[in-house]
Design a protein around this ligand. Structure first.
Ligand code: ARG
Length: 466
């Protein structure tokens, strides 16, 4: 049936091996509902331009809704795989012609697959950006809730730079710090979803606009875009939204990987700051004592993998002439792979977080190890009038003596008074952390319109600890 897809111009069937080589159907399957939406909107454009009659339009709409049900029921994928078509657009079109009879022949009037690819991908980007935003928001919300909980407990822990103990901070302060990039990610992803809804490419008609009087405004409204795209040639070759989504996804997973790395190190016996529950740990088939943090290691590895995938997506666009080129089929697959992987990684990260137990006594017990109080002692000297360099040198010398004598630094300060002594906005002082938490909650509330549907991936996280 695909043999003479291009009408009279070709007289022989495509080589089946090359057809298989050129097919993106498997990766495209997630696009099926969006392609149906796109086709329903094109029916609006056709009817609005009187290219099809109201009854033909109605028949096309009914057919597309039936296909929608087949997609939701899982039967469409089986059907599509049996067709030997190049992509999801061809598969849905074939089914329309099969079900709608003569009206089915009119769906593709004034339309190119280029328009469908561009529009469908934008609808997909909008949806996945919303889902990823909801996941990053949910992770941020859990971390902020944990920060609030820890603020009540006032747990102190030695914070590190260069992996060396630096200064005592509140565990709540660390949780609040960890939440920040996820708030940023949620904001960025929401903006990408908005951006993907600006310009509707449908009606571009391959590259130059259509000779048929398509009602582009009507199609644009049906799909919830702000306006029809301005320039057909640009619209069918533009992949900004897809790359922006890929970028934001990779960034969010990198953020998760950095927290994951901290938890991996904290879970080693040398640290002993966290213990991973059985649900998120794996043992060794040989060493009976092992408890390995595999989910967090995998988050770390996914981040690296996604950086490679994103780099690949960028590279695919290099030097492509600014209209549709078949290379863009690969950009589409790359965008889908990155987005789906990101949703899975973020959901897994949230689940793994649920089984992290923080060993507060261990943190408290080691908060002063490595002379983390030294900066406070120097600050006290400075406040008493000692010039800062001199204070630094005196305390440094005292640390050196204490170290060689194997004793603590003599100080009237402990980890709690160190934390409380911080004076600047954004510090680890309890009142400051309380303010940070309140501000994070306010920002999250603005990012979390209650009217928005909650994607299924987020449901587990809502129940997460904290
Ligand atoms: N299968 C292609 C894709 O998904 C669509 C090709 C459309 N245009 C063309 N002239 N071959 O990107």
């Amino acid at each position: 049936m695909t043999a003479l897809q291009w009408g009279g111009r070709f007289s022989a069937a495509a080589d089946s091996a090359l057809l298989a080589f050129g097919s993106s159907l498997e990766e495209d399957l997630v696009l099926a509902p969006f392609d149906v939406a796109c086709s329903l909107a094109h029916v609006e454009a056709l009817e609005g331009g009187a290219i099809v009659s109201p009854s033909q339009a109605e028949s096309l709409r009914a057919t597309l809704r039936a296909i929608e049900a087949e997609i939701a029921g899982g039967t469409f994928a089986v059907y599509a795989r049996g067709l030997g078509v190049e992509d999801i657009h061809g598969a849905i079109d074939a089914r329309v012609r099969e079900l709608a009879g003569s009206a089915g022949e009119w769906l593709h009037a004034g339309r190119s697959r280029n328009d469908q690819v561009a529009t469908t991908l934008l609808l997909y980007v909008r949806d996945r950006a919303h889902r990823a935003a909801a996941l990053t928001r949910a992770i941020a919300r859990v971390l902020v809730a944990c920060a609030g909980h820890e603020l009540d407990a006032q747990t102190v822990v030695a914070a590190c730079t260069h992996r060396q103990p630096a200064q005592p901070v509140l565990l709540a302060f660390i949780f609040a710090a960890w939440s920040e990039p996820f708030v940023t990610a949620a904001r960025r992803l929401a903006a990408i979803a908005d951006d993907a809804a600006r310009a509707c490419p449908l009606g571009s008609a391959a590259l130059a606009g259509s000779g048929l009087p398509l009602d582009r405004e009507r199609a644009t409204r049906a799909l919830g875009f702000a306006a029809p795209s301005r320039n057909a040639l640009h619209a069918i070759g533009n992949r900004d939204a897809a790359l922006d989504l890929a970028h934001a996804c990779v960034r969010a997973v990198i953020d998760a990987s950095r927290v994951a790395e901290e938890l991996i190190v904290w879970s080693t016996p040398a640290y002993g700051y966290v213990r991973l529950g059985d649900a998120a740990s794996t043992g060794s088939s040989l060493m009976p004592q092992k408890r390995n943090p595999d989910p967090f290691e995998l988050v770390r590895a996914h981040a690296a993998k996604l950086v490679g995938a994103y780099t690949g997506a960028l590279a695919t666009l290099c030097g492509l002439a600014p209209s549709y080129q078949r290379d863009l089929q690969i950009t589409k697959s790359q965008t889908i792979a990155i987005s789906e992987d990101t949703l899975a990684v973020l959901a897994a990260f949230g689940r793994a977080w649920e089984s992290v137990h923080f060993v507060r006594e261990r943190m408290e017990g080691t908060a002063l190890d490595g002379y983390t109080i030294a900066t406070d002692v120097a600050d006290q000297l400075v406040m008493a009038g000692t010039p800062p360099r001199e204070a630094h040198a005196r305390v440094g010398a005292e640390v050196s003596r204490a170290e060689s004598e194997g004793r603590e630094l003599d100080a009237s300060l402990d980890a709690h008074s160190s934390v409380a002594a911080k004076q600047t906005h954004g510090s680890t002082a309890p009142h400051d952390v309380r303010e940070q938490i309140a501000s994070l909650e306010r920002e999250l509330a603005t990012l979390d319109p209650s009217t928005e549907p909650v994607p299924s991936e987020v449901e587990g996280l809502r129940a997460a600890r904290g």
